[in-house]
Design a protein around this ligand. Structure first.
Ligand SMILES: [Zn+2]
Length: 146
């Protein structure tokens, strides 16, 4: 993959690296299209984030991210004169207060947004990440000191 001299090199958090390497190894076994280079795999994931964001912009042109508070994802809807619509996570189901529904464009938009990860309930998934952080990979830690 071509890179630029202006490309920034950055350190990856140790728990994130470990989790992503496990995910990469698993995908290498299951998916023949997975990039065989770990750096290429990470770049592919970043491309997917960008493409997912572009998908949301194209398919939900009237909607934009406003905020996340607790388990409420707030969506600004220009078809509703800029009204902020609240999508709540209730008992593992999303609920749109505006449509009083479990399936509408506001929910679909929220599910497309990477900022969904800011919702409080998703902290249970964050627990896996925190556990990995609590058990630092000594080999990686030593590598970072060099
Ligand atoms: Zn709605």
């Amino acid at each position: 993959m071509p890179t630029s001299k202006k490309s920034k090199t950055f350190a990856m958090r140790v728990p994130a690296k470990r989790i992503l390497e496990e995910k990469w190894n698993s995908e290498l076994e299951e998916d023949g299209d997975t990039n065989i280079d770990f750096g290429g795999y990470i770049n592919d994931l970043l491309d997917y984030i960008i493409l997912k964001d572009e998908f949301a912009k194209v398919h939900f042109p009237n909607l934009s991210y406003d905020d996340v508070k607790g388990d409420t994802f707030k969506v600004r809807d220009m078809f509703l004169q800029g009204k902020v619509v609240e999508v709540e996570l209730q008992k593992d189901k999303f609920y749109c207060k505006h449509h009083q529904s479990n399936s509408c464009e506001h929910i679909h938009y929220a599910l497309c947004s990477i900022k969904l990860a800011r919702m409080r309930t998703l902290s249970r998934y964050r627990l896996i990440f925190e556990q990995a952080k609590a058990e630092p990979d000594q080999e990686d830690m030593i590598e970072n000191r060099q």
